[in-house]
Design a protein around this ligand. Structure first.
Ligand code: OGA
Ligand code: NI
Length: 386
């Protein structure tokens, strides 16, 4: 049996000229043959980290991750624009100015640090805590919530492909769950331990949904669109919001192994709740990698490819990655919004004009194609570019 502990990549638009200009080389690897669920999980990132096994070759990049960079010099810190959500949402205190700051930041950086977002710091800490408690459970318990071979929800490692697709795996374990709409939740993947896991995720995701909706509306207003639900509609019409908890173990060779390889998010937008202490997220700007700072109680907002296309390039979907720490583990939790499978995505006509011609063709949202682009180092927004 081939090693198919996860996504099976189906054919998708193979357009190698859209390869990201990144110093990442993909090595050809043969995958071990294994069949039982336990064996697969024993091969998973979490178990490798716990048992201290030698790192299998499938995680290793042949080139250094930062070839032009002296590893003893840390990368520069990104001067990420900070957006005060309270100012965006309260007309009397300078909304217009904050909207312009938001527009300008999303058109150059594609990401901002959102503060005063009305999600309590204590709730953010509880999210981090329940995930850490989940990770500390015995493997048999964690396995109860394991994702299926070709599924998306549930707990597992980077689960890729088969024989002939050569991909470097991410050194991360994750737990992904659809949280909205509620009738799309698959409770069989929602951990029951720790006992308050479900309650905490329910509370956090409902707060994030409010923030998500208000943010998409503010984004539409910042572009002076008449209907501020223009972008939000894509989510409301059959879209979903998911939570993805990420666990990045410590790694003694962080110059050869990545937590998440360079990618842009295939989402409409993403909010990242970072680890309180351990950095790892990096953004590519002007062909240089920058560290994203940890801002107490801040949430990182990323534009996703779907929104870059819908906004006709007014907003940019940034390329980012996660590096590992040699000594410390790191966790994060991303809130991701997606269109409905099969939805046609294209620039909103109000953003196309003679001065600003249409930059992207219409593309059909497909989760499988998205996974394919991810593993090939391609951005949907580049593929769709006219
Ligand atoms: C992601 C992502 C960043 C992080 O989940 O797509 O980029 O800090 N996460 O874990
Ligand atoms: Ni991402």
């Amino acid at each position: 049996m081939p090693y198919t502990s996860g996504f099976v990549i189906h054919p998708f638009a193979p357009l190698p000229e859209f390869q990201l200009p990144l110093a990442v080389h993909i090595v050809h690897l043969s995958f071990p043959n294994t069949s039982s669920a336990i064996a697969k999980t024993m091969d998973s990132v979490h178990e490798i980290a716990i048992t201290g096994q030698n790192l299998p070759a499938k995680y290793i990049y042949t080139d250094s991750i930062n070839p032009s960079q002296d590893p003893s010099i840390p990368l520069p810190l990104l001067e990420i624009p900070v957006i005060d959500f309270n100012r965006l949402a309260t007309p009397s205190i300078g909304t217009g100015e904050e909207l312009e700051r938001l527009r300008s930041a999303l058109s150059s950086y594609g990401c901002v640090m959102v503060t005063n977002h009305r999600v309590a710091s204590s709730l953010m800490d509880r999210v981090r805590l329940v995930f850490k408690q989940f990770l500390a459970l015995p493997m048999e318990e964690r396995l109860k919530w394991q994702k299926e071979v070709d599924g998306f929800d549930g707990y597992g490692s980077d689960m890729i492909v088969t024989k002939d697709v050569a991909v470097v795996h991410d050194f991360t374990a994750r737990l992904r769950l659809i949280t909205w709409p509620e009738d799309r939740r698959q409770m069989k993947y929602w951990p029951e331990k720790p006992h308050d896991f479900r309650e905490v995720l329910d509370e956090y995701s409902s707060k994030l949904r409010v923030l998500h909706d208000a943010t998409l509306k503010a984004m539409a207003r910042s572009l002076n669109l008449e209907d501020d639900s223009t972008f939000l509609k894509v989510i409301r019409e059959g879209g979903t919001i998911s939570s993805r908890f990420n666990f990045y173990p410590p790694c003694p060779t962080p110059d050869r192994v990545l937590g998440l390889k360079p990618h842009s998010d295939g989402t409409v937008i993403t909010f990242v709740l970072q680890d309180r202490e351990v950095e790892g997220l990096q953004v590519l700007k002007d062909e240089q990698w920058f560290r994203v700072p940890i801002v107490a109680d801040g949430l990182v907002l990323n534009v996703g490819d779907q929104l870059e296309i819908m906004s006709n390039g007014e907003f940019k979907s940034p390329i980012h990655r996660v590096v590992l720490n040699p000594k410390k583990e790191r966790i994060s939790m991303a809130t991701l919004s997606f269109p409905q499978e099969g939805k046609q995505i294209e620039p909103f006509e109000g953003l196309v004009s003679r001065e600003r011609p249409r930059l992207y063709r219409q593309v059909k949202y497909s989760v499988v194609a998205q996974v394919g682009y991810y593993h090939s180092g391609m951005r949907l927004a580049d593929v769709a570019r006219i």
